[in-house]
Design a protein around this ligand. Structure first.
Ligand SMILES: O=C(O)[C@@H](COP(=O)(O)O)OP(=O)(O)O
Length: 259
C-alpha cells in the first residue's frame, strides 16, 4: 500500500540540450520548447488532479524556471520552492561545454557512454584554464552554500553526485515527505538518476541503462520506509516519452558538428 507520492522532474529542454553540449553547472536557460515542456507538465499534473506542498530545485535556472512554470500552469504559484546546490546537475568537469557527438567521433561512443551513464567513473576535473571555470565559481549563488566554495566539486561521477545529494535527501526532503507533504523535485537528468538509484535500489550495472527525458514528471509511490511499492511511472503519452528517451540516448552517437 502506497503511503507517500513523490514526483521527480528533469527540467524542460535547455539551450545546450539543443546544441548537444554538456551543460552541467553552466547556467543555460530553457529553450522555447523547454518552456513549453514545463508548462505542459504543469497542465498534465493539474489535469490528473495532483498538487504539491513543497518543491525542491537545484541552484540552476533551468530547474528553477521549470518549477515555476509547472506551479504557474497548475495555478499553485504560492507553493514554497527551496533551492540547494546539492540538487545541481552532475559536475561534468573538463567535459563541460563539449559537444557529445564530436566527443563520440574522437573518443568512441562507448567512452562517451561511460562518461555519461556509468556509476563510478569521474570525468577529468575542470581547472582555471577551462573557459567556464570562472563563470561557475565566481557566481554569487555558490557563496552561501553549506560548504565553502573551495570544497565544491570540480568533477563528479554519479556516485559522487549521490554522496553530496544523500545528506540533503535524508535531512531536508525526507522529513517533509514523512510529515505527509507531497514533494516535487525539479532537478536534472543525473541528479534525478542518482536519487532514483538510491530510492529504487538500482544496481551499479543497471543504472547505466536509465536515461531520463526532459519535462516528463516521474511519479514514485512509496511505503512508510520510502521504498517503492510499484514501478516508477513516467506520466504522459508513452510513445512520446519513449521517443524523448531515445533522443537523449542518441545525443552520444558519433556525428560531425553541423557547420
Ligand atoms: O549536463 C547536461 O548537459 C545534462 C545531462 O547530460 P547527459 O548526462 O544526458 O549527457 O544535464 P541536464 O540537461 O539534465 O541539466
Amino acid at each position: 500500500m502506497a503511503k507517500y507520492k513523490l514526483f521527480l522532474l528533469r527540467h524542460g529542454e535547455g539551450a545546450w540540450n539543443i546544441e548537444n553540449r554538456f551543460c552541467s553547472w553552466v547556467d543555460q536557460k530553457l529553450s522555447e520548447d523547454g518552456l513549453e515542456e514545463a508548462r505542459e507538465c504543469g497542465r498534465l499534473l493539474k489535469a490528473q488532479g495532483y498538487h504539491f506542498d513543497q518543491v525542491f530545485t537545484s541552484l540552476l535556472s533551468r530547474s528553477v524556471h521549470t518549477a515555476w512554470l509547472v506551479l504557474e500552469a497548475m495555478g499553485h504559484e504560492w507553493v514554497p520552492v527551496v533551492k540547494s546546490w546539492r540538487l545541481n546537475e552532475r559536475h561534468y568537469g573538463a567535459l563541460i561545454g563539449l559537444n557529445r557527438a564530436e566527443m563520440a567521433l574522437n573518443h568512441g561512443e562507448a567512452q562517451v557512454k561511460v562518461w555519461r551513464r556509468s556509476y563510478d567513473v569521474t570525468p577529468p576535473p575542470i581547472d582555471e584554464s577551462h573557459p567556464y571555470f570562472f563563470e561557475i565559481y565566481n557566481d554569487r549563488r555558490y557563496s552561501s552554500c553549506d560548504v565553502p566554495k573551495e570544497d565544491l566539486p570540480r568533477s563528479e561521477s554519479l556516485k559522487e553526485v549521490l554522496d553530496r545529494l544523500l545528506p540533503y535527501w535524508e535531512n531536508v526532503i525526507v522529513p517533509e515527505i514523512k510529515k505527509g507533504q507531497t514533494v516535487l523535485i525539479s532537478a536534472h537528468g543525473n541528479s534525478c538518476r542518482a536519487l532514483l538509484k538510491h530510492i529504487e535500489g538500482i544496481s551499479d550495472a543497471d543504472i547505466v541503462g536509465v536515461t531520463l527525458p526532459t519535462g516528463i514528471p516521474i511519479l514514485l509511490e512509496l511505503d512508510e520506509d520510502l521504498r517503492p511499492v510499484r514501478p516508477r511511472q513516467l506520466l504522459g503519452d508513452q510513445d512520446k516519452i519513449q521517443a524523448a528517451i531515445k533522443k537523449v540516448e542518441d545525443q552520444g552517437k558519433a556525428k560531425q558538428k553541423d557547420k
